[in-house]
Each structure stands twice: as structure tokens, then as C-alpha cells.
Design a protein around this ligand. Structure first.
Ligand SMILES: Cc1ncc(COP(=O)(O)O)c(C=O)c1O
Length: 443
């Protein structure tokens, strides 16, 4: 069997149910559904904290910053890391605030704690901590305490860390994206939670004024369903092994550079609204378009409920799969995993990142030759659009990370195959770097 680079977590039958719901019951009252979700959301996702649904992470951040800057207009700076969606930066700027990019940490894929600490000032309104790949650094406790002393609000993006026991601990407000591909999803959507009810009430005011269901939301859901069904089909283990892998092989021969950027392609959704909502490319905005502000539909909330029910099992299974994988690795191969990710806590294993030390394309090709399709961060580096700045570690993380394609659907044979491929490749890589370091024989 060949191994696909990943798959979405919503199943084909759940997507088909959403299709029917969106076609026939789109405008049905959603209040009943929302109250049904109260207990399960608080027990599985928000650790007992109150929450509200929002149309997306970016709009959740936009509302949150609107509320925070109205509360304290003397502070105008928001500190963030660069690997995120460009509309997160637009959400900062559209509130009249300044985004300042802080360097990342190569072992946690979070923010560099030291650099963040020294950037905190009397002008800092908020810090945004993005937990990439599911890992949350222990050291955020230090930052959280420092921010509390300085009156700075910590906002956390926990989109990739749903169910992580460390989530919500070191943040005043946590915002998650429920977009396609997340472990809990409404295909387009988001959630905000805080232990401070004043924050939730403050943000809810903007939600009430702005949100209503609209026809573009409906078409976005339809197209996201089609997109997800397509991925589910192409990444089905049998289809992938007999068809997709070979189609990719041809594609790779003809367009070698496009193959390595496949994770960024989202062309269907652009066709529906001419907006780049689902693309991760830079869009300069004077305001967010009206259709960005909508209430989640009944079908979306039903999908959310189904996925929430299996979140805990999925997280546990991914941790087990990761352990089996790690146990089979040679030391050289193990060393390529950022250290934060090898600890067995604070992780939902949304991705399993590996470092490639300047040889990403070669390593990606070697995995492919061994029947393992492997990809990288689809999120872009926002500092390259919004700031004239050099962030060496951030650029290294973005350009030199690959993700091991194992997840809760992986079989013991898949784990074995990927482990073997990884051991072989890193053995060869080790030899290549040893040879390049060896002194040339004297002639
Ligand atoms: C860390 C992170 N933040 C935010 C988003 C997207 O948020 P939105 O719901 O605005 O599409 C994603 C999705 O790709 C993400 O991975």
C-alpha cells in the first residue's frame, strides 16, 4: 500500500449528511442545536469554559481585538508569530493596530519565549500564541504570568490543538478555527472561549450585530463539501495506491515544483466568490467582506457534534501511532523530530514534523520513491507580505519542515512502512552530511 500525505477528518458519510442538510434545511432554526452542544463542547473542548461560535478564526480574532482595543485604546501593538493565515494580520490591521512579528522556536514551532519577553511593552495590547501541529510549549506559563503582570492579554490560536490538555491554560482568550481539515470542523467556522465571561459577552455583542446566514456561506459549504469528498476519495487507501499515487508521479515529473507546493492549492473555492478566503495567499483588505459574517448553520453544527464525539479517541489514537513510530526509529531519524514533539505530553499530533536541514526536496522525493507521499506547512509566512524583516528560524520552519503522514487511520503496516522509509532516508542523509564534512583526501 502507498501512503497519502494526509486526509481530512470528516468522513464521507458525514459530508453527505451535511450536503443534504445544507440543501434542504439551511435556514432552520439553530438555537436548539446550539444548546444541545453546550455540555459536549464544555467537556471535550473548552474545559468547562463558556464559548461562542463565530464564522471563522479570522473573524473571531477580529471581534476579539475590536473588543480589547475598545477596552484599552492606549495600547496599539499585537505580537504574533508569522506562520498563520494572512487574514489574521488583516484582523489586527483592520482594527487600527500594529502587528509585530516575533521569531519562532525550532523545537516547538511556537514563539521564541526570550524574544517575545523582550518585545513586551506598555504599548502591547495582546500576544497571539499559535500552537502549530498540535504541540503547546510548557514555557507559555512564564509568558502568561509576565503578561498578566503587565496587563497584556494572551490570545491563543488552538485550531491545531483541539483537546490538548495544555490548551486554554495559559491564555485569556482561546480562538479555534473549525475550517476543513481540522480535527473538529464545520468546514467554515470558528469558536471562541474564555474563563472570563466579560470577554465572551464583549465579543458576543459584535457577533450579534454582524452575523446572519447568507447565500455565499451556503455556496462555500457546498464547495468545501465537494473539495473534502474529492480529497477523501483520492486519499482512500485503495484509490491512492492504485490511482492517485501514479497520477501524482506523472504530475511530479511534469511540474516538479508544483508537486512540492500542492498543499497550498485551493482553486475550486476561488471560483465561487472571487475571494481568497480559503487560500493562504496574501490579500490586502480595506475591510472584511460582508459575507464573512455569518451564523453557523444547523448542518454545520451537526457535523461539529459528530466530530466532537470522536475527538478524544482520535487524539489518543494519534498519540499511540506516534509512539509506535518513534519506537521504531533509529537515533539519527529520531533526532530530526523537533524536541518539543518527542515529549509525550501537551500534543495532539495534528502533524508530526521532521527537520530536513536544507534538503527538503530531496527528502520529499526519497519518501515518494518509497511509496510515501509527504507534505509541509500550507500556512504562509505573513512577515514576507506585511513586514520587511528577516526571521531565520521561522523561514527554516516553513521551508524545511515535512510532515510524517501518520494519523489515527494508519494501520500497523503503514507505521512500519513509514518508519522503514524514514530510517533509510536519514541513514543516507547522515552519510551525505558526513561525506561533505570529511576532509578531502590529500593529493
Ligand atoms: C493555526 C490556524 N489558524 C487559523 C486557521 C484558519 O482560520 P479560519 O477559520 O479563519 O479559516 C488555520 C487553518 O488553516 C490554522 O491552521
Amino acid at each position: 500500500m502507498k501512503i497519502p500525505r494526509g486526509r481530512y477528518f470528516a468522513t464521507t458519510s458525514e459530508l453527505l449528511r451535511l450536503l443534504v442538510d445544507t440543501a434542504f434545511f439551511f435556514n432552520r432554526d439553530i438555537h436548539e442545536m446550539e444548546s444541545e452542544l453546550l455540555d459536549s463542547t464544555m467537556s471535550e473542548l473548552t474545559h468547562g469554559q463558556p464559548f461562542i461560535f463565530v464564522p471563522s478564526f479570522r473573524i473571531g480574532l477580529f471581534y476579539t481585538l475590536k473588543f480589547l482595543s475598545a477596552r484599552d485604546s492606549s495600547r496599539t501593538q499585537v505580537l504574533t508569530t508569522s506562520i498563520t493565515i494572512p487574514d489574521a494580520i488583516n484582523a489586527i490591521k483592520l482594527n487600527g493596530l500594529e502587528a509585530r512579528f516575533i521569531e519562532m522556536d525550532e523545537e516547538s514551532h511556537g514563539v521564541n519565549i526570550g524574544e517575545l519577553e523582550s518585545a513586551l511593552s506598555g504599548n502591547t495590547l495582546a500576544v497571539v500564541l499559535t500552537h502549530l501541529s498540535g504541540h503547546i510549549s510548557d514555557e507559555y506559563e512564564i509568558i502568561y504570568k509576565k503578561c498578566q503582570q503587565l496587563g497584556i492579554i494572551v490570545i491563543e490560536d488552538f485550531s491545531q490543538a483541539f483537546g490538548n490538555s495544555q490548551s486554554l491554560k495559559y491564555a485569556d482568550i482561546s480562538i479555534g478555527s473549525l475550517s476543513t481539515g481540522k480535527t473538529v470542523s464545520t468546514l467554515v467556522g470558528g469558536i471562541i472561549t474564555s474563563s472570563n465571561i466579560t470577554f465572551i459577552d464583549g465579543v458576543s455583542k459584535f457577533k450579534k450585530i454582524n452575523e446572519k446566514q447568507n447565500s455565499i456561506q451556503r455556496s462555500m459549504i457546498f464547495f468545501q463539501i465537494i473539495d473534502s469528498l474529492k480529497i477523501n476519495f483520492l486519499c482512500n487507501r485503495y484509490i491512492f495506491s492504485t490511482l492517485t499515487y501514479y497520477a501524482l508521479m506523472v504530475f511530479k515529473r511534469i511540474f516538479p515544483s508544483s508537486y512540492s507546493k500542492l498543499e497550498q492549492a485551493r482553486t475550486i473555492t476561488r471560483a465561487i466568490n472571487q475571494d481568497r478566503f480559503f487560500e493562504n495567499s496574501f490579500t490586502k483588505r480595506d475591510q472584511f467582506p460582508d459575507f464573512f459574517f455569518f451564523k453557523l448553520s444547523r448542518g454545520q453544527l451537526k457535523l461539529y457534534r459528530q466530530m466532537l464525539e470522536r475527538l478524544r479517541v482520535g487524539n489518543t489514537k494519534r498519540a499511540e501511532v506516534f509512539n509506535d513510530f518513534l519506537n521504531g526509529l533509529t537515533q539519527v531519524a529520531k533526532d530530526s523530530i523537533p524536541k518539543g514533539f518527542t515529549k509525550n505530553t501537551n500534543n495532539t499530533y495534528y502533524h508530526i514534523p521532521i527537520k530536513t536541514n536544507g534538503r527538503k526536496l530531496e527528502i520529499q522525493n526519497k519518501f515518494f520513491e518509497q511509496g510515501v507521499d509527504i507534505s509541509s506547512y500550507g500556512l504562509p509566512m505573513c512577515h514576507s507580505y506585511f513586514a520587511n524583516q528577516k526571521l531565520t528560524i521561522t523561514e527554516e520552519i516553513k521551508n524545511q519542515t515535512l510532515f510524517i503522514p501518520l494519523n489515527e487511520f494508519s494501520t500497523p503496516q503503514d507505521i512500519k512502512k513509514v518508519t522503514l522509509a524514514m530510517n533509510n532516508i536519514y541513514k543516507q542523509e547522515n552519510e551525505i552530511s558526513a561525506n561533505s564534512l570529511a576532509p578531502s583526501s590529500g593529493k
